[in-house]
Design a protein around this ligand. Sequence first.
Ligand SMILES: Nc1nc2c(ncn2[C@@H]2O[C@H](COP(=O)(O)OP(=O)(O)O)[C@@H](O)[C@H]2O)c(=O)[nH]1
Ligand SMILES: [Mg+2]
Length: 180
Amino acid sequence: MPESKINNNTTKKIIFIGLDNGGKTSIVLSLKGQNLMSLKSSNPTRGIETSSLNIKDEKFNIWDFGGQEQYRNIHLEDFKNNFQETDKIIYVIDIQDQERYSLALDYLMLIIKKLGNQIDKIKFSVFLHKTDPNLKKTLPDLTDEIIEDLITRIKEVIPSSFWDEIFKTSIYTVFERTTI
Ligand SMILES: Nc1nc2c(ncn2[C@@H]2O[C@H](COP(=O)(O)OP(=O)(O)O)[C@@H](O)[C@H]2O)c(=O)[nH]1
Ligand SMILES: [Mg+2]
């Protein structure tokens, strides 16, 4: 049996993590095909919400980590349980929330530190989320230089093997990832 057939039968664990309001739950819901109107009314995630998702014949367990301050440290404290057997971690940064770039980078750094050499076994991506198609019009102050500077700072934090795992994403495009 080809290897890919075997992998299809296993459920992969994916973690979405980042600051609150970054858009994690919205990404999960849009991957599930929910319409945008229902996304607007979603509440902040408390603790960790798990759900499953099928894409083609692959099954995923999604762990959506509430990003509010009171939960952030708890996730890291119980890191062993929360991050065990993880196939993929997606770190979500709200590109429109310039004031919290530093906070988002600090939290990213803590996660990378905690992962230690386990990171070699995990796929790790950073989503520069809320990169909406009309961003240049709606937020003209968010210049290319500011975004480039953010990307440089991310690269200082994550191992270079993940540099090409930084994506610009938005729920306002058919969920699409643009490689930087
Ligand atoms: N402009 C924009 N807003 C988004 C996008 N994705 C999510 N949001 C909004 O960001 C807010 C927080 O989203 P939520 O999914 O609850 O964030 P979470 O705390 O990371 O789970 C909500 O008002 C969403 O509608 C996006 O791609 N673009
Ligand atoms: Mg949430």
